[in-house]
Design a protein around this ligand. Structure first.
Ligand code: GLA
Length: 746
């Protein structure tokens, strides 16, 4: 890894074994982009890469030159309103009404390692030797606004982390109208755009389309990153697939409003912008005030989408997630939500926990309904003290009883919300996000607390910290069940109302930071009506997230498959629930529910007492299985093999780092009769080794005998997956929603 600058100090080449990123100071002082892609050889001069042409209808920078127009020059951080007509990365609104700026190169510095971003989640290094950071210092002379562009290259992996930082060195107030984290001009548009979109209960489905002249974008203006779109997109070459070819990922480490956009211009170059959504955003900078954008992480690969995902998995697992739980396998938990909803007593909870304990479950999680007057959706949020009618011994007493069973205890909170029917709201009606003289809208009968107010965050912190210090709580599920409306803070002046969305998220991060540093052993799982805030920002504080409220095993195949493009298996909360499933009313075999949920943090979301004895025995086998294999599954290298979006069969696998162990999940939605013979080509094995292969997670009748195969055979010829559906006597076990696991040991 190296950051090389040429002799004049105006061209910079960031490179490691995999990638090169090259930029230069343009003749007008702004920064130009020359190359981002596979590693190329260093040379002193790259000026030939800066192409200019005299194009009709172009507006030009220099009086005597018809060729130099920013309209067709690839840039690092484009500004608004000069000779470039594409969407800018930054807009600066000035006292005289002008929105123009011209950020010119002033200086640079190279830092070893990677600086943290104050108040914001970001990837980090553990040793300075892991990365180097280039800081390019720019200045808009007219306003005195300084911009710093940060680029971090890592020792390993095709990763560039970027962000921008502004400092008002002028004498007048300025307003940032937009300030993107990343602006990346690519020399052509031969790409397919992949976004990860959906809705509640069907989050992060990959959607692919070809880039065309014009703008393609996704984003969120809901205040949370949202179920609808994820702050992650991929541009891939049309010929690239899971296993080969070029692709670039763009991921934003942020949990609020975002915009991800690709603009193809008239000359077929592509500008990617990623950052805080400019709609509703305006940030005031008084003299000496600064603003730091969230961080964006680009990953380049020439080895297909699996490789791209694996790079993100490793980075986000090891250098975004932090703390005690980062490298630890996750406890198998049981959550009472789908078992009881609001309808529980302490006795009932203990009953659920006892049975779970006897089946090998390690932690009991009490979900919504334990606090204040919360016996229904309409009341109680904001009053974080136990309801004595339901929990006569409080949280402390319940936690003790759970611990006495030999289990850990976890608890649900929704810290950012308040019901109008709550003591908190009655005491502080001004603490909600609401606009003067306008009716606040509700979502699930609740309002959003104004987390841009420090006193509101402090108050919630005190209530939560009290419970965490008094009771033995080992896990927190931090929920967030509505988006922001009427975005306005009574605590901020008129000219700072454009800051509320971002200040809100900074408040959320602040509360997370305080709680995770004071209670470092507590495992946090984030949640937002399922996967409404499954983003890298959250992963910095909570190493796992409830992937979706949809617990149906077949639907989960799609959701977990889509989520895996950016996020590691260890981050995906996944539970076995009852049948008929509460979201789809579908019946799937217990083994398939577990076979899907294994590829995540794993747990149960039901009362195991309602299962038959035979099923309870099966659960014991499942928990024992997960304990044995969770390290491999949660921390192995994950490969997508067959997509649920493309056919009846889904398959994925995890391989241990030393390639001696692997586990393959195979799932078939609908059964068939007299079907073709089938094979599944595996990935990531050592071609030279021989592997013992056997099945698990199957109906006993279907379990196959152990066989031995070389890695090269399994990867090229494939694993034979033919079963009873190939023939006329499809027996009972070969059913719809069937699945099995193949275990491999070298
Ligand atoms: C959200 C979560 C669920 C559950 C409920 C409780 O919908 O996603 O898992 O915690 O809230 O109200």
């Amino acid at each position: 890894m190296e950051i090389i600058r040429n002799r004049q100090g105006n061209t910079f080449h960031l490179c490691n074994d995999e990638i090169s990123y090259i930029m230069t100071v343009l003749p007008n002082g702004q920064m130009g982009q020359l190359y981002f892609g596979k590693r190329i050889r260093e040379r002193e001069d790259y000026s030939h890469l800066l192409e200019t042409a005299s194009r009709p209808m172009s507006s030009c920078v220099f009086d005597t030159d018809k060729k130099f127009s920013m309209e067709h020059i690839k840039q690092e951080y484009a500004v608004f309103g000069t000779t470039d007509y594409r969407t800018p990365a930054v807009e600066v609104i000035q006292k005289n009404g002008s929105r123009l700026s011209e950020f010119c190169f002033q200086n640079y510095r190279i830092e070893s390692g990677k600086p943290g971003l104050p108040g914001l989640p970001a990837v980090y290094t553990e040793a300075d030797s892991e990365a180097e950071t280039l800081v390019i210092e720019l200045m808009d002379k007219t306003t005195g606004l300084q911009a710093e562009l940060l680029y971090t290259i890592f020792e390993k992996g095709g990763i560039i982390a970027r962000s921008a930082r502004f400092l008002n060195k002028g004498t007048e107030d300025l307003f940032l109208g937009s300030a993107m984290s990343l602006c990346m001009d690519l020399p052509d548009c031969e790409y397919e755009w992949i976004q990860f979109s959906g809705a509640w209960a069907r989050e992060r489905y990959p959607k692919v389309r070809r880039l065309e002249q014009g703008i393609q974008s996704v984003g969120s203006m809901r205040g949370n990153s949202s179920h609808n779109h994820n702050p992650f997109v991929i541009l891939k070459r049309p010929s690239a697939d899971e296993f080969q070819g070029e692709a670039i990922g763009f991921s934003l480490i942020y949990s609020g409003n975002f915009l991800a956009q690709a603009e193809v211009d008239a000359y077929h170059t592509t500008r990617v912008l990623l950052g805080i959504h400019p709609a509703g955003f305006q940030w005031k900078l008084e003299p000496e005030e600064s603003f730091q954008t969230p961080e964006a992480v680009m990953v380049y690969t020439d080895q297909g989408l699996n490789h791209l995902s694996q790079t993100y998995h490793k980075l986000y697992q090891k250098r975004l997630a932090r703390g005690y739980w980062r490298d630890r396998t996750r406890p198998i938990l049981i959550n009472n939500w789908e078992a009881t909803y609001f309808n529980f007593t302490e006795e009932k909870l203990i009953e659920i926990a006892k049975k779970a304990k006897s089946c090998g479950v390690e932690m009991f999680v009490l979900d919504d309904g334990w606090f204040g007057a919360r016996s229904l959706e309409r009341a109680g949020l904001g009053d974080w003290t136990a309801n004595p009618d339901r929990l006569p011994n409080g949280i402390t007493g319940l936690a003790e009883k759970i611990e006495d069973l030999g289990m850990k205890f976890g608890l649900w909170f929704e810290p950012e919300m308040v019901n109008p029917d709550s003591d908190l709201y009655r005491q502080h009606p001004d603490w909600i996000i609401a606009a003067p003289d306008r009716k606040p809208s509700h979502g699930r009968f609740q309002y959003v607390l104004d987390f841009s107010r420090k006193e509101a965050v402090d108050h919630i912190y005190e209530m939560m910290a009290k419970i965490l210090s008094e009771a033995k709580v080992s896990y927190i599920k931090w929920d967030m069940n509505r988006s922001i409306t009427e975005c306005y803070s009574g605590a901020l002046p008129a000219d700072r109302q454009g800051e509320v969305y971002h200040r809100y998220i900074l408040g959320v991060y602040d509360l997370y930071e305080r709680l995770t540093s004071r209670f470092p052993h507590v495992l946090f799982e984030s949640c937002a009506s399922g996967g409404g805030r499954f983003d890298p920002g959250m992963l910095y504080y909570a190493p796992q997230a409830w992937t979706s409220d949809d617990t149906d095993a077949v639907e989960r195949l799609k959701i977990q498959f889509g989520t895996s493009y950016c996020y590691p298996v260890s981050s995906m909360g996944s539970h076995v629930s009852v049948t008929p499933n509460h979201q789809l009313n579908r019946n799937t075999p217990l083994r398939t529910r577990a076979n899907t949920a294994y590829f995540g943090t794993f747990g149960y979301e039901l009362d195991l007492n309602v299962l038959t004895e035979e099923e309870q025995e099966e659960v014991k086998v499942q928990t024992a299985f997960m304990k044995e294999y969770r390290n491999l599954i949660q921390f192995g290298t994950f490969y997508r093999l067959k997509s649920p979006f493309e056919g009846n069969i889904t398959a994925w696998m995890a391989v241990s780092e030393d390639q001696t162990e692997a586990i393959v999940g195979w799932y078939r939605v609908l059964n068939g009769v007299n079907m073709p013979y089938t094979r599944l080509r595996l990935e990531g094995l050592d071609p030279e080794r021989s592997y013992h292969v056997w099945t698990a997670g199957t109906d006993k009748k279907e379990a196959s005998k152990e066989s031995v195969h070389y890695g090269d055979e399994l990867m090229n010829l494939g694993l034979i997956t033919t079963d009873a559906s190939c023939g006329e006597d499809v027996d009972r076990v070969c059913c719809d929603f069937n699945s099995r696991l193949y275990l491999l040991k070298a």
